[in-house]
Design a protein around this ligand. Sequence first.
Ligand code: 9WO
Length: 251
Amino acid sequence: MHVQLVSLFPEFAASVADYGVVGRAVGRGLFALECLNPRDFTNDAHRTVDDRPYGGGPGMVMKYEPLAAAIVAARAAAPAGSPVVCLSPQGIVFDQARAREFAALPGLILLAGRYEGIDERLIEAEVDLELSLGDFVLSGGEIAAMAVIDAVVRLIPGVLGDDESARQDSFGCGFLDHPHYTRPEVIQGKAVPDVLLSGDHARISAWRTKQAIGRSFVRRPDLMARDELTVEQQRLLDEYLQEQGLTPGNG
Ligand code: 9WO
């Protein structure tokens, strides 16, 4: 998969491809990231990429032309049909389903804005999708773009090892993750749950599923609303709620 990332801070954004899962995917030829700086697509001596907003108000707005020229160059380098995605608080919210959708694409062009925003005419003319990570404002789109890259690359076939990919990434099956523990067995008087020391893999798997479903129900009821639970999942949830003293009537 090839991603072109248009950003005024290419070195910052490109660093997502230098570490961990994404870095290894690059090393194995499963992923490639190219960053394009709109400043390299200006025609004036000052390499101007922003200007004052029409209508007044604070800050500056990113100019149409440098971004349009950078996107033209990105399209030329990207696989045919790569969508242009702008990271913005005004976008639809990114989720695991969208990450899976992107991971199946041959290419993606990500646009990370800065300042107070991007000339709306550029968004209308060139952007296929505005995408948000949530209801908050960053200093720019780069960190959001890097998060999208990380979430997508781990889903590219072959990127995660067999064990890792076999592990149901909780969002892959719609639930939050189960809790994790490692040595020491007891710390600050807190012990690891006995089931995890049992060596009984069936019991351990059932416990982990119960924890994932129970935590999802308690912490993210919105996730639970989407899918009906199976009979077994409902049984595990009931068991979890009883163990946690959360069954109705327990206050
Ligand atoms: C700045 C601002 C200030 C006050 C109230 C609302 C505001 N919106 C913005 C704004 O959108 N600034 C942007 C900076 C311009 C485009 C890129 N920037 C950005 C992207 N900030 N936060 C994001 C972002 C992207 C994806 N998910 C969450 C936040």
